[in-house]
Design a protein around this ligand. Structure first.
Ligand code: CP
Ligand code: NVA
Length: 304
């Protein structure tokens, strides 16, 4: 694996599987109350330019469980919002910290941070990607289904950061992928080009959610308006009408089809309350596994 985790496009299949294997081991150690084999006193800087519940708490709890300490930096109370360049911030934080996690808008900002940081950088969500989320989802699917290869994963809704990472992550571990999103809200073209190389048997993009959901083993969805798109919420509510994960759609999927939702959910929009509650165990396992998978990423990136 490279120095950083910036996007799943940068990872090999082996990189992903070794993160998942490490996460399984760290989860088992945590549940057994065992100490992890990891040098103590590592410092993680956590930069947040957007809101967070799961990412913030799971990274902070995770570094603590690894024997280290997390330092939370919001854009509003660091010098970033007063114009200090990301390249200078990278070089300063590298002198104090052993790893930097960042949640922000532009992917380029994260790539710039990694270029100037001498310590590993982890993408905690950008407009383009949410790699930690999909690693946690793959861990959850493997726990529930006992395998990943050959399963069919479907994403219904906005071709956003979660969809982009879902396509890349699922394809890299040997899953089939189908997407349903309306015209104008498709996943990123770079991701579609990457996926197209797998061929029509493996990757399909539809307008119609019913066609995408047929035979699915796991259905993913996410909000229709992501952070930063709040002013488009009404327009998006209209564009995404019919792109709801409900009982009718679930009836087309395979029996025992799982649901993955990164949360927070807008119940009644992208997913019904009923489907959400029917699959709450899977969805909250998914939330829990963010902790274990991010510990695995920190373990691998910081231990060497
Ligand atoms: N899924 C996720 O990243 O949640 P937060 O926005 O709460 O971190
Ligand atoms: N697509 C959502 C994910 C939140 C975890 C957003 O970017 O707001």
């Amino acid at each position: 694996m490279d120095k950083d985790l910036l996007k799943l496009l940068d990872l090999s299949t082996q990189d992903i599987l070794s993160i998942l294997d490490t996460a399984d081991r760290l989860k088992a150690e945590t549940k057994a109350g065992e100490k992890h084999d990891f040098p103590s006193g590592k410092i993680l800087a956590m930069i947040f330019a957007k809101n967070s519940t799961r990412t913030r708490v799971s990274f902070e709890a995770g570094i603590y469980q690894l024997g280290g300490h997390g330092v939370f930096l919001s854009n509003s109370d660091s010098q970033l919002s007063r114009g200090e360049p990301i390249s200078d911030t990278a070089r300063v934080l590298s002198r104090y910290c052993d790893c930097i996690m960042i949640r922000t808008y532009e992917q380029e900002e994260v790539e710039e941070l990694a270029k100037y940081a001498t310590v590993p950088v982890i993408n905690g969500l950008t407009d383009f990607a949410h790699p930690c989320q999909i690693l946690g989802d793959l861990m959850t699917i493997r726990e529930h289904k006992g395998k990943l290869e050959g399963l069919k994963a479907t994403f219904i809704g906005d071709g956003n950061n979660v969809a982009n990472s879902m396509i890349v992550g699922c394809l890299k571990v040997g899953m089939k992928v189908s997407i349903a999103s309306p015209e104008g809200y498709h996943p990123d073209q770079k991701v579609l080009d990457f996926a197209a190389a797998y061929g029509d048997d493996i990757f399909q993009l539809f307008d119609d959610p019913k066609l995408a959901a047929a035979g699915a083993d796991v259905i993913f969805t996410d909000v229709w308006a992501s952070m930063g798109q709040e002013s488009e919420a009404e327009k998006r509510r209209i564009a995404f009408e019919g792109y709801q994960v409900n009982d009718e759609l679930m009836a087309l999927a395979n029996p025992n089809c799982m649901i993955q939702h990164c949360l927070p959910a807008h119940k009644g929009e992208e997913i019904t309350e009923k489907v959400f509650e029917d699959h709450a165990d899977e969805i909250f396992d998914e939330a829990e596994n963010r902790l274990h998978v991010q510990k695995a990423v920190m373990y691998i990136l910081m231990k060497r």
